[in-house]
Design a protein around this ligand. Sequence first.
Ligand code: SAM
Ligand code: SF4
Length: 342
Amino acid sequence: MSTLPPLKETGTAGSALVDRFDRRVTYLRMSVTDRCDFRCVYCMSEQMTFVPRAQLLTLEELLFVGRTFTELGVTKIRVTGGEPLVRRNILWLLQRLGALANLHELVLTTNGSQLEKMAPALRAAGVRRINISLDSLRPERFRRLTRVGDLDKVLRGVDAALAAGFDKVKLNAVILKHRNHDEVPALVRFAVDHGIDIAFIEEMPLGRIDDHDRAELFYPSDSILADLRPHFTLLPTTRDTGGPARYHRVAGTDSHVGFISPHSHNFCARCNRVRLTAEGRLLLCLGQEHSADLRRVVRAWPQDKRRLEQAIADAMSIKPQGHEFDLVARPVILRHMNTTGG
Ligand code: SAM
Ligand code: SF4
């Protein structure tokens, strides 16, 4: 028996999703699994306990939630994880999300390990853009950062993605002091040589990890920018992707370098996104715990679109104003990034 209150007769269900701060939510980041074939040191601890499978949303439930969001005004869905491409039958879901009438953009974030074999099928399924995480170009170091990853396989995945004809392929790199900060120019050179963009991400305090002290290895975007200046001319752009990254164009090339700096630059005022965990918890902010349990709704009233619309619309009222990351204090956010859906 469900304990949910009776469905309200009035409400914002059916209209666009707008929160208390007049921010319109048009972007859903959907985690399809908390599992991963890598164990990146900033994302997971070595021994991870994953959510029991029965608690994960089924592919049908994920589709139902995704479709309902698009009917409420969401125009962009990013499928992520964990590693989304290790979820069994993920193509079934992507094909159906890719065909949703109101969805303008279906995009994917991946560690690249499965791209060599899956890139053409992902493109055919309607994935428009793809972000590939790449923190190092040195095999040993790549292995150390991911604990298990095979760099060559990921590089073949990058090539496969480029050949598959996505509208855009972009790299993401998390930079840690003394681990890979000296590779920043080489990573930009790699992006430029491949005619693609790269975004550098500051490490965020999501979940307890055993590999390092996050404050000690913190490497700010401003330092990355300073490291790049002797090698490249970076021209600030006004390019607005609606997201947190600030972009510079590398002079004389088509490549852009982005900086995602949750510590030094607060981007919350323009936040247009919410996140769905693989368990069906709707997170209203990456850096806060405010959430709504959508799994409870879809399991109590399977395929009841109005109930789900109502739950999503109601959740807008608890979207917080912003995040408050603090690397020195103990992490207040206990969930890891693989749970959050980065
Ligand atoms: N497995 C896929 C991947 O690695 O691209 C998708 C999920 S992963 C959680 C999404 C992004 O989050 C990756 O680019 C990863 O580097 C980043 N990430 C993971 N943990 C992070 C942390 N604690 N701080 C900042 N970025 C993190
Ligand atoms: Fe896996 Fe991505 Fe987390 Fe690395 S960052 S452990 S690839 S989910």
